[in-house]
Design a protein around this ligand. Structure first.
Ligand code: ARG
Length: 414
């Protein structure tokens, strides 16, 4: 039986050429698999047909939009996942869900190998391959751009020579990856890190410098997940989509950073993630109201580690799963409403309410109705500060006290 290879297919030049390129190099039959994670753009049926026209023996499109929103974006939201405090792991969370569909297709068609279009310099090759072998250790991986010398020039030449139904002329100056959680733009003139992104870099967001009138939104959460917007019930996918539009108009969620890649390279990345950034801002504020203090403090370090693991391609790893369990447990009372104003590049929280919150008016108020017994504070501080007080006394006894010397009075006068 002829060997079969499942290819992660985007519909673009590189993966279209890869179909024939892989066949020529290995003799294997190629099955093209495109996964819809809400990237928009071209009609996926057109993409499927193109794969067949380029020589795939089978071509699929998997609609993974709800699955991606529910099982990948929502965990990222519960973790408030921002790699290097900035990047909402847009591409990093899409690779595992795409991989799941590739592996499923490989099993179904008895394929031995999964192929992807990544280069040898980025994170995505690692994410694909580590995810593939985590789900199906027996599968092999191949990356034609990296392993079979499929350069851009050769791809253009191949497509023209074989009359492939794919444009080879209008070359996008950027490398773009997008899905419903956001959009990543890199390469080209952005590689000079002093260059400001030009208008053509952006597509999910409008210029925040010229915003329309302010947009007030109320997002309702149940156990860490958005369930309604302005009182209308929404699915996670609908919540992200609606906020992408509303926050996108206000230019919210543009991110421009130099980032540490897993392979050791620092690289310039521009992102737009309007819906994701609004949801994370709202979710974080609701956690401030609902999480117990120590749980909240500890969760920050768990979330940072979770985010690094996900960025580094370890979505299906044991540690990531263990941290998932912790994060999930913290979300039990993260329910309630957050009111925000979206305007001119900012999402500002203006109100919060929660039946399961820990904010207690009677404890907090300085007005009538104060229930906090201030007389208890004196004894608390006495004991709380005792260890530091004793250490300070030792410093004094040993002649190592803090230098508190002051100029003698009047010495600064001439
Ligand atoms: N640097 C980001 C990451 O590693 C985005 C990569 C997106 N890929 C692309 N071809 N633009 O998650």
């Amino acid at each position: 039986m002829t060997e079969r290879i499942v290819l992660a297919y985007s519909g673009g030049l590189d993966t279209s050429v890869a179909i024939g390129w892989i066949h020529d190099a290995t003799g294997a039959e190629v099955i093209a698999c495109a996964v819809d994670v809400g990237q928009g753009g071209e009609d996926l049926e057109v993409i499927r047909q193109r794969a067949l026209d380029c020589g795939a023996v089978e071509a699929y499109v998997a609609d993974a939009r709800d699955e991606f929103a529910e099982e990948y974006c929502m965990p990222a939201l519960k973790a408030n996942a921002l790699y290097m405090d900035a990047y909402p792991v847009v591409s990093a969370i899409s690779r595992p869900v795409i991989t799941k569909h590739l592996v499923r297709a490989a099993k179904k068609h008895g394929a031995t190998t999964v192929a992807h279009g990544c280069t040898g310099k980025g994170n995505d090759q690692v994410r694909f391959e580590v995810s593939i072998t985590s789900l199906a250790p027996e599968l092999k991986c191949i990356a034609p751009v990296r392993d079979l010398a499929l350069t851009r020039d050769r791809a253009i030449e191949y497509a023209e020579r074989h009359n492939l139904p794919i444009a080879t002329t209008k070359h996008n100056p950027f490398s773009i990856d997008q899905n419903v959680w956001g959009r990543a733009i890199e390469t080209g003139f952005l590689e000079d890190i002093w260059n400001e992104p030009t208008k053509d870099v952006f597509s999910y967001t409008d210029d925040p410098a010229f915003p329309p009138v302010a947009d007030e939104v109320i997002i309702s959460f149940a156990q860490g997940i958005p369930v309604a917007i302005d009182g209308r019930t929404v699915t996670p996918l609908q919540a992200i989509q609606e906020l992408n539009v509303r926050a996108g108009k206000q230019g919210i969620g543009r991110i421009d950073i130099v980032e540490d890649r897993l392979v050791g390279i620092k690289s310039r990345e521009v992102y737009e993630a309007p819906g994701a950034m609004v949801l994370i801002t709202a979710h974080q504020e609701l956690e401030r109201v609902t999480l117990e203090r120590e749980q909240s403090r500890f969760k920050r370090s768990v979330s940072d580690r979770w985010t690094e693991l996900v960025y580094d391609g370890q979505w299906f790893s044991p540690l990531k799963k263990s941290l998932d369990a912790f994060i999930e447990d913290t979300q039990r009372y993260v329910s309630g409403d957050i009111r925000m104003v979206l305007h001119g590049g900012r999402a500002t929280v203006t109100g919060r309410r929660s039946e399961t919150g820990l904010y207690d008016y009677g404890m907090a108020t300085y007005d009538e109705g104060d229930q906090f017994d201030q007389s208890q504070a004196k004894g608390f501080i006495e004991i709380y500060g005792l260890a530091a007080k004793q250490a300070a006394a030792r410093d004094v006894a040993q002649g190592n006290a803090e230098d508190l010397a002051v100029e003698p009075a009047g010495s600064d006068q001439a």
